[in-house]
Write a protein that binds this ligand. Structure first.
Ligand SMILES: *Cc1c(COP(=O)(O)O)cnc(C)c1O
Length: 302
C-alpha cells in the first residue's frame, strides 16, 4: 500500500479550515491501517490533538513524543494505574463512578450515551460520575444530529468542553461544538493498494470453486486472508471485477491485452473507499482497514 502523506495533510487542513474548532484526529487502529506514527508526524502541526482507542495504541506509536499534542483514549477505560495514562499523556474516557474515581489522577473525560448504547454513561448517572472526579470535558459517539442535540441538552449549564462530531457530521456546523473527531475523513483518497497479475489466461469452461463463467481472467496473489472480497478493481485503467476470492489468491476479470505482470489496483487511482465499500456492502472504514492489510506500507510525501 502506498500512502500519500500530503493527501492526509490536505484532508486535515481542509477540515480545520472548514470547522474552525479544534480537530482531534482519530488515529485508532493504527490510523485505520495507515500507520499512526507516520500519520501523527504528517499532521501533528495541523491538528489540535489525537484520539486512540486504547492506551497501548498511543504508547506503540509514541504519539506524545511525535506531536506533543493532547491524546484521548476513546475506548472503555482500563482499570490500570492512572500513572500509566499520565506517563503517556493519554486521558482515559470514563463512564462509571468507579472508573472516574480510579482514574481521577489521569484527568479523565466523560463519555455520555445519547442513544447508541455503546460503552458510555447513561443520562441518569451523569451527575454521580461528575461528582466523583473533577471532569472538564465530555463527549458522545454521535451518528446523527439528534444524538448531538440530546447531548447538548444533557450537558447544558455544566460548563464542560463538549465534542461529538465524527466524519459523518462534518457537514453539520450546528453539531461541531468545541471540537470535532474525524477519522475516515482524514484518510480518504490517501491510500493506493495494488498488486500484479501472476497469471493471465482465456478460460475453457467453469472456473474456480464456484465454477463461474468468464472470458479472459487473471490471478492475483491476494485473498480473503488478506481481507480481500469480491468487488471492483482497475486493470490498466479499465474498471474490472474481482470474480472469486480464495484464501491467498483471487480471480480477476481481464481484458484482451492484459498480461502477466500488469498492475491490478484495488484502491486508489479514482477507485474510492466509498465505491469499494458500497460494492462490499460495508462501511468505508471496514473497506479501508481490510485493504490496508495488503502489502507493505510505503509512504510518499506527495
Ligand atoms: C472512531 C471514532 C471516531 C471517528 O470516526 P470516523 O467515522 O472515522 O470519523 C470518532 N469518535 C469516536 C468515539 C470513535 O470511536
Amino acid at each position: 500500500m502506498q500512502i500519500s502523506l500530503e493527501q492526509v495533510r490536505q484532508n486535515a487542513a481542509a477540515i480545520r479550515r472548514k470547522v474552525k474548532v479544534p480537530v482531534l484526529a482519530v488515529v485508532k487502529a493504527d490510523a485505520y491501517g495507515l500507520g499512526a506514527a507516520a500519520i501523527a508526524r504528517a499532521i501533528g502541526d495541523v491538528v489540535d490533538g489525537f484520539c486512540v482507542h486504547t492506551l497501548a495504541e498511543a504508547q506503540a506509536a509514541n504519539l506524545w513524543d511525535i506531536a506533543g499534542k493532547p491524546i484521548l483514549a476513546l475506548g472503555p477505560a482500563e482499570m490500570i494505574d492512572a500513572n500509566d495514562y499520565l506517563a503517556a499523556h493519554v486521558r482515559p474516557s470514563v463512564f462509571t463512578v468507579e472508573q472516574a474515581k480510579h482514574l481521577v489522577m489521569a484527568n479523565p473525560i466523560l463519555c455520555v450515551d445519547t442513544g447508541m448504547q455503546r460503552f458510555a454513561c447513561p443520562p441518569e448517572n451523569i451527575d454521580a460520575v461528575l461528582a466523583a472526579a473533577p471532569i472538564e470535558e465530555a463527549f458522545t459517539h454521535a451518528i446523527k444530529t439528534h444524538h448531538v442535540e440530546i447531548f447538548r441538552e444533557m450537558m447544558k449549564g455544566r460548563g464542560l468542553r463538549l465534542h461529538a462530531a465524527a466524519s459523518a457530521l462534518l457537514d453539520e456546523p450546528s453539531v461541531w461544538l468545541d471540537a470535532v473527531r474525524p477519522g475516515i475523513a482524514l484518510y480518504r483518497s490517501a491510500a493506493r493498494v495494488s498488486t500484479t497479475f501472476v497469471d493471465v489466461r482465456d478460460s475453457h469452461g467453469p472456473v474456480g470453486y464456484r465454477g463461474f463463467s468468464t472470458g479472459r481472467f487473471g490471478i492475483i496473489r491476494c485473498g480473503y486472508s488478506n481481507g480481500l472480497r469480491r468487488g471492483p478493481c482497475l486493470v490498466n485503467t479499465s474498471p474490472r471485477q474481482i470474480l472469486e476470492v480464495g484464501m491467498q489468491t483471487a480471480y480477476v476479470e481481464a481484458g484482451p491485452n492484459d498480461k502477466i505482470g500488469d498492475e491490478v489496483v484495488l484502491l486508489g487511482d479514482g477507485l474510492t473507499e466509498l465505491f469499494v465499500a458500497q460494492s462490499w456492502q460495508t462501511s468505508e472504514h471496514e473497506a479501508l482497514l481490510n485493504l490496508a492489510r495488503i502489502g507493505v506500507l510505503e509512504y510518499r510525501e506527495k
